[in-house]
Design a protein around this ligand. Structure first.
Ligand code: KG4
Ligand code: ZN
Length: 339
């Protein structure tokens, strides 16, 4: 079975072909048009998807050695995400499916992230925990089975990647700033500045906006000139405080749910320090911790195609969803579960 999958929920335009559960092509473009604005501009994201989707579909099918007529299912992310962007991918996919006389499958973006580690590692033992950290999401989710998900914790304000991007902006770093903050923080002394750590309450929810404000005050106190020379130390203090709260909540989530694996997903999962902390956590709790390669961690169509194929195989027939900017994961779990 050949699945052609399209991802267009935010600022990555991506198309993949999955054959019999194996990724045979993946073309992902991270839109550069947003850089000068310091954040994703929804209108520009939609237009870029429009410019890219046809070309990427062609390239992905050539790379896979599959003609469009040989596609059995066309899948696309239908939500959650930016409405203009979702409409481009979803309607392109629906039109293609109609023209080919093949079924169209709507895919929930977050559900696709949950299963993305399987692309690299094969089936994971259930239950497992997923830490999904990106520019738009910060979630700790328990996966008990296909369509059995429990959100254990989420951010009450900024997403973790968003906090990295905003703090990077304070130091004049380009957008997105996460990778550069990661690099600079590694050279800094995390103990030189004391930043108020995120609030630690009993819930598994996270919060980063207070920490971001603490960085702002710290930069103000030391003055812009000295802030430049001390950037690495401030960024190291920020990173240490932010990731300590993530890893402590994840530890508690793992202690209360006894997962058989922990998966890190989303663009921030590329972070060096986060990987160190989670690896140490996994060793401490004797739970394997997996980090899918970045091409499957960031927003990509391979995970969309992988989940579409998995749902086909499980015989789960979802009604095609229109583009849905808001689409709670909980709705999926309640809707359509395998027997
Ligand atoms: O999943 P992703 O590629 O896409 C969206 O969120 O749309 O994640 C992008 C986010 C950005 O906020 C970026 O700054 C952050 O991931 N990021 C990182 C690193 N690499 C990317 N954050 C911290 N450390 C990194 N090495
Ligand atoms: Zn995502």
């Amino acid at each position: 079975m050949n699945v052609l999958a399209i991802e267009s929920s935010c600022d990555e335009s991506s198309v993949a072909v999955v054959r019999d559960g194996r990724i045979v092509s993946l073309r992902t473009v991270t839109q550069s048009v947003h850089r000068e604005f310091g954040g994703v501009v929804p209108e520009l994201a939609g237009r870029s998807h429009l410019q890219l989707v046809d070309r990427l579909t062609h390239e992905a099918s050539v790379e896979a050695g599959v003609s469009l007529e040989q596609i059995d299912v066309v899948a696309a992310t239908s939500g959650p995400g930016l409405i203009g962007s979702l409409l481009v991918g979803t309607n392109y996919a629906r039109g293609l499916a109609f023209a080919l006389g093949k079924p169209f499958r709507s895919v929930h973006h977050l559900e696709a992230h949950l299963w993305s580690a399987e692309i690299e590692y094969g089936e994971l033992p259930l239950p497992f925990l997923v830490l999904l950290v990106s520019g738009g999401h910060t979630l700790i989710i328990q996966v008990e089975a296909l369509r059995r998900y429990t959100i254990l914790g989420t951010t009450v304000d900024d997403a973790l990647g968003e906090a990295y991007d905003k703090v990077g902006k304070l130091f004049g770093l380009g957008f997105p700033a996460g990778a550069e903050v990661d690099r600079l923080a590694a050279q800094g002394n995390p103990r030189r500045f004391v930043l108020t750590p995120p609030k630690m309450d009993d819930s598994l929810d996270l919060s980063f906006s207070g920490l971001k404000t603490a960085v702002l005050y710290c930069v103000r106190d030391i003055g812009p000139d000295r802030a430049d020379t001390q950037a690495s130390d401030v960024l190291a203090a920020f990173q240490e405080a932010a990731l300590a709260s993530v890893s402590s909540k994840l530890r508690r989530a793992a202690q209360s749910t006894s997962p058989r694996a922990i998966v890190a997903a989303g663009g921030v999962a590329a972070n060096t320090r986060l990987r160190q902390l989670l690896t140490a956590l996994g060793q401490d709790l004797a739970i394997p911790c997996v980090f899918p390669p970045l091409r499957y961690c960031m927003d990509n169509a391979a995970m969309i195609g992988h989940l579409a194929a998995k749902l086909e195989q499980a015989g789960i027939k979802d009604p095609p969803a229109p583009a849905r900017p808001r689409w709670p994961l909980a709705e999926l779990s309640a809707e359509n579960r395998p027997a």
